[in-house]
Write a protein that binds this ligand. Structure first.
Ligand code: KG4
Ligand code: ZN
Length: 348
């Protein structure tokens, strides 16, 4: 089957076509229109600006994904009598999956409404997909089978959570952040140090060659018995010590912030993996693109003799291939029963 995935929950407009044959996943196209350059000007995402941009780019993004997947001829795509941003006739697609939450409500609406309108017009089954499930199932794109029970650490700009995936594939949220998400911790501390939005990639680049033990930043909730996280204290610590930090090189400060975050994430994931005797650990979400996190987690999880699935970096940050994969794992939604939920929680 071929699945069209659509993603617009935050600041990327994305569409992809994924082919699934006997549980093997082949990506036929993967188009991501990033809004990073627009949000750089304001140092963060302004929801109304993001939604307007999604509206401008959603049709051309979906069309590009369909064209690149080859299931749709260009002649069909642009009949002369129709305006250039129209979509034309039915492509060879068996399922349409669009993100319906969590995320920014006005941004979510653009992709979800586009998805269900196409599903109705083309008479194709539709599935309203959870964005976090998308991050988790980006692991399927590696074609490494997940062994259950599995544990997923989802680390993104909006979320930090540990999800236990049981044999029947039901999810149970073991813990989550009580304040800032990991991506926010990266972005906010990076902003304080003068790096442009989004700070995560910039801070991790600046950390290369730095001494990760140079500055003893706090590691909140490292030893708490639960699986919750807290990252707001890290930002506060940087605010308080901004002057004192000038004694250190930028690389040392960046490496120390990164290490404080990685230490907490790895310790809690290892503890949960042991406690619930999971067979597979999945790292997912935008921050999963971070090399230090990937290598530290890999060292610890392989030492436990467990399988670790690390999606390729391009599938860690928001994309629609992961939404198509999660759509494959989810139940279909009648197009007229769609509800977009900006606070859609998984495993609770
Ligand atoms: O999953 P994602 O693309 O969007 C959300 O659903 O939030 O995650 C974006 C987040 C941003 O906070 C960005 O700074 C962070 O992922 N990020 C990174 C890296 N690449 C992206 N953080 C640390 N190191 C990276 N290499
Ligand atoms: Zn995301």
């Amino acid at each position: 089957m071929k699945i069209l995935g659509i993603e617009s929950s935050c600041d990327e407009t994305a569409a992809a076509v994924l082919e699934v044959r006997v549980h093997r996943f082949t990506l036929l196209s993967n188009v991501v229109a990033s809004q990073i350059n627009i949000h750089k000007k304001t140092g963060g995402v302004v929801p109304e600006v993001a939604a307007r941009e999604h509206t401008n780019t959603i049709i051309s993004t979906v069309r590009a994904a369909l064209e690149q997947a080859g299931g749709w001829s260009r002649a069909q795509a642009r009949p002369q009598s129709v305006r250039s941003h129209s979509l034309g006739s039915r492509p060879k697609i068996d399922l349409i999956a669009a993100t319906a939450g969590p995320g920014l409500i006005t941004s979510l609406l653009v992709g979800a409404e586009t998805g269900r309108t196409l599903a109705y017009a083309w008479n194709i089954p539709f599935v309203a997909t959870n964005h976090i499930a998308g991050h988790i199932y980006s692991s399927l794109l590696t074609n490494q089978p997940i062994q259950y029970p599995a544990l997923a650490l989802i680390v993104s700009g909006g979320h930090t959570e540990l999800q236990l995936i049981k044999k029947n594939r039901h999810l149970r949220c073991l813990g989550r952040t009580r304040d800032d998400a990991v991506g926010e911790a990266f972005d906010k501390t990076a902003k304080l140090l003068g790096y442009p939005y989004p700070g995560g990639p910039a801070l991790s680049k600046a950390a290369v060659g730095g001494n990760p033990r140079a500055v003893p930043f706090p590691r909140p909730m490292l030893n708490s018995k639960d699986f919750d996280f807290s990252f707001a204290g890290l930002k506060t610590s940087v605010v308080y010590h901004l002057k004192a930090l000038q004694r250190f090189s930028r690389a040392d400060v960046a490496a120390s912030i990164q290490q404080a975050i990685v230490d907490v994430l790895v310790a809690k994931t290892v503890r949960a993996a042991k406690k619930y005797k999971v067979k597979t650990v999945i790292l997912a979400g935008g921050v999963a693109a971070n090399r230090t996190l990937r290598t530290h987690l890999a060292d610890h999880i392989t030492a436990l003799g467990k399988q670790l699935i690390l999606p390729r970096a391009e599938f860690c940050t928001d994309n629609a291939a992961m939404i198509a994969a999660a759509g494959y794992m989810s139940k279909t939604t009648p197009w007229n029963k769609l509800t977009v939920n900006p606070n859609w929680e998984l495993g609770r």
